[in-house]
Design a protein around this ligand. Structure first.
Ligand SMILES: Nc1ncnc2c1ncn2[C@@H]1O[C@H](COP(=O)(O)OP(=O)(O)O)[C@@H](O)[C@H]1O
Ligand SMILES: [Mg+2]
Length: 244
């Protein structure tokens, strides 16, 4: 749904990795086209049920979930098992991004955008941090500590502030699109990927983002700003300025 809103008629289409509903044909076509794909439950999972598939040379497939890797001769059995895990919602298959790395571990960034209540209010970036994958993992959800984005970009030797500014602009544009569709939406926590060619990708937008990582950052100013934004909604609501 979110994917469709961002994709349709917007300049963001090129920021979204190619994504289809998981069906047998879609999977084999995507594996032919991209070699590496990611299977994700449609309803989100904290990275738990995410499966990475890579097509090896000789028609075998390397399949990784969490820290476990197996080699398969064909993907039918896997498709059967996945359909059991997530019956109602199904899975999507997405092109795998070659995410930039810090010390051989992929990372992505979380960009928090918020707006206050009121039709004329504009979206603002209120915080960001980088998530570096734990050793052996391909997802960044299993991570020890958030680090400032500029630090991650520096450690990865991939860019500087201008790359972060660009990522923030993309997150703002995406929030604007989603906000047009969902007028009561006040916050989105975007997972943004930067690949090894420094291209910026939107992985997903979370409407109820976890704020704990912001509390773990040494610099508490983002966390305070985020809470202030949330509160300014709350206070007005208490004053009876409620949406109808
Ligand atoms: N297309 C992709 N290519 C590479 N890594 C990905 C891709 N999609 C997701 N990931 C990794 O998996 C993590 C979890 O995926 P995400 O779509 O955010 O699902 P969740 O709802 O579980 O957070 C991402 O933060 C990223 O590290
Ligand atoms: Mg996520």
């Amino acid at each position: 749904m979110q994917y469709r809103i961002l994709r349709n008629g917007s300049s963001l289409a090129g920021r979204l990795p190619d994504t289809r509903l998981l069906k047998k044909n879609a999977l084999s076509n995507m594996l032919l086209q991209y070699r590496s794909v990611v299977l994700k439950p449609r309803d989100g999972s904290y990275g738990r049920d995410i499966v990475f598939i890579h097509r090896n040379g000789a028609n075998t497939y390397r399949v990784q979930n969490e820290k476990n890797t197996v080699t398969m001769r064909d993907t039918n059995q896997l498709l059967k098992e996945l359909s059991k895990i997530n019956k109602g919602y199904g899975y999507i298959v997405q092109r795998r991004l070659q995410l930039a790395q810090v010390g051989h571990k992929p990372f992505d960034i979380r960009i928090m955008v918020q707006r206050k209540k009121g039709s004329s209010s504009t979206w603002n970036v209120t915080g960001s941090y980088a998530k570096v994958a734990a050793q052996g993992y391909l997802v960044t959800n299993v991570t020890s500590r958030p680090i400032p984005v500029l630090e991650a970009l520096k450690l990865a030797r991939i860019g500087d502030r201008s790359l972060l500014v660009k990522a923030e602009q993309i997150a703002l544009l995406a929030a604007k699109r989603l906000g047009e569709r969902y007028p009561t939406l006040r916050q989105v926590g975007f997972d943004i990927g930067i690949d090894r060619n420094r291209r910026i990708w939107i992985i997903e937008g979370n409407y109820q983002p976890d704020l704990r990582p912001f509390r773990l950052l040494k610099d508490s100013s983002m966390h305070r700003r985020i809470l202030w934004y949330k509160q300014s909604i709350y206070r007005r609501t208490l004053n009876g300025d409620r949406p109808h």
